[in-house]
Design a protein around this ligand. Structure first.
Ligand code: SF4
Length: 443
């Protein structure tokens, strides 16, 4: 299995809102939800390509998602189960620690049965790198801060070269060589990290080894972003992006997304890893979701968008969106699906979504590409969305539309819309009255 086709969980997209502007014809959202999805427009930096097993990295290949097992590698059955879980969640490449001979033996059992290429993480013993190569791993990861003797680096590079196995040079801000640390003012700087990476590259190039990927990770997002940016200007080896020790979600997710996303938006980066203090499945899901959100990988499953709710909402939008996330989580339906709190503004605001539903008068109004297609009971909204999503996915929009009375659905939606406007008025948040009072204060 070269590209795991199984989806990560559905991603959500919540529309922004502001009080001003709420009215009969305008949602608090500031524009069409779907049209705000950002597509990657930046040209990607040109890099060399290498193969990690059968997965290409760099050279214009799709950006890949990596994660790391947290089982004992020696427990090969438990580790394989986690590798399968990670592949199902969106990981293209998985790393396992190789910290002792038992782990290396575990790798020998894992590699032939793994659904994705395996990278061995080598700590302080260069001999573990040689053992991992014997186990048949598809890539090594070395930290220049841990394996420092040039003769050890060279022997590993020579052995990897003869087997055609790439190596990631993984510089970490927290384990910089003491000399570099001192040279750069006793602190971690982007310049010190780049210098460490370039020093290490030289050892490998000295033995004609160029199957190199590089990472310069730091727990500080600004330092990490600047280190990668500088590195991308002086080398064309593929770059593995990540914020190290990002911590538990949500902060870890935010830091990782900020750092990795900022670089990807500049066209920098060939493979990514979220380093979360969480179940590694969350890392794989997050990595996949980021790439899909940035238009850098094809969408595999539903992109769930939803309004943020407001005074007009006819349903608990948060609860319905959560139910829909759960209902779509394991379905491979690459459609954008909208959940909108009211029929007054919902269908128009989410008109670019492939499919959506808006609440009104205890009913759900289904719409496809902004066109009302059906009315369902409020407690059947999520089931109806799933049914229609599957129908559109398997039969196409036109075939799905041919089954229903569009004009009747539009009349029903307009009737509920007018009812809500009559009940709530144009200014549901009372903004006009408030502004009038403020003006009187100023008079
Ligand atoms: Fe917009 Fe209606 Fe949602 Fe309020 S409830 S944010 S008006 S779609």
């Amino acid at each position: 299995m070269r590209w795991p086709e199984s989806p990560s969980t559905a991603t959500s997209w919540i529309c922004p809102t502001s009080a001003e502007g709420a009215g009969g014809s305008g949602c608090p959202t500031t524009g069409s939800l779907a049209s705000m999805e950002v597509q990657a427009a930046t040209e990607r930096r040109s890099t060399r390509q290498l193969m990690v097993g059968d997965v290409p990295v760099g050279g214009g290949a799709p950006i890949t998602v990596q994660s790391m097992t947290i089982t004992r590698t020696a427990d090969h059955e438990a580790t394989l189960q986690q590798i399968y879980d990670l592949a199902m969640a969106g990981a293209d490449i998985v790393r396992c620690t190789c910290n002792d001979l038992e782990a290396a033996e575990g790798l020998a059992r894992i590699v032939p049965r793994s659904p994705v290429p395996i990278v061995a993480d080598i700590h302080h013993q260069y001999r573990m790198a040689l053992a991992a190569l014997e186990a048949g791993v598809h890539c090594l990861r070395l930290n220049p801060g841990n394996i420092r003797k040039p003769e050890h680096i060279r022997v590993v590079a020579s052995e990897a070269r003869d087997r055609g196995v790439p190596i990631r040079i993984g510089v970490n801000g927290g384990s910089l060589h003491p000399d570099l640390y001192e040279k750069h003012g006793g602190r971690v700087t982007p310049e010190a990290m780049v210098e460490s990476a370039l020093d290490e590259i030289r050892f490998f190039e000295d033995v004609d080894f160029d199957l190199i990927k590089i990472s310069v990770k730091a727990s500080s997002v600004p330092i990490m972003v600047e280190a990668y940016r500088q590195l991308s200007e002086v080398t064309d080896y593929p770059l593995h992006l990540g914020v190290t020790e990002a911590g538990p979600p949500p902060a870890g997710l935010i830091k990782s997304s900020a750092g990795i996303g900022a670089l990807l938006a500049q066209g920098i980066g060939d493979t990514i890893r979220y380093s979360l203090t969480a179940d590694p499945v969350e890392e794989a899901r997050a990595g996949r979701a980021l790439l899909e959100a940035m238009g850098l990988r094809e969408r595999k499953n539903v992109d769930l968008i939803a309004c943020p709710s407001c005074g007009r909402a006819e349903i608990d939008v948060v609860a319905v969106a959560a139910d829909a996330m759960a209902a779509f989580a394991d379905r491979e339906i690459p459609l954008q699906v909208a959940i909108m709190g009211c029929v007054v503004n919902g269908p128009g605001e989410a008109r670019d979504a492939d499919l959506g539903i808006a609440a009104g008068n205890r009913r759900g109004h289904l719409f496809v590409k902004g066109r009302n297609v059906a009315v369902v009971a409020e407690d059947e909204m999520v089931d109806a969305l799933v049914e229609w999503a599957e129908m559109i996915h398997s039969e196409g929009v036109e075939a799905a539309l041919a089954r229903v009375d569009i004009e009747k659905a539009a009349r029903e939606a307009e009737r509920d819309r007018q009812r809500l406007l009559a009940q709530q008025g144009d200014d549901v948040d009372d903004t006009g009255t408030r502004i009038e009072l403020i003006r009187r204060h100023g008079a």
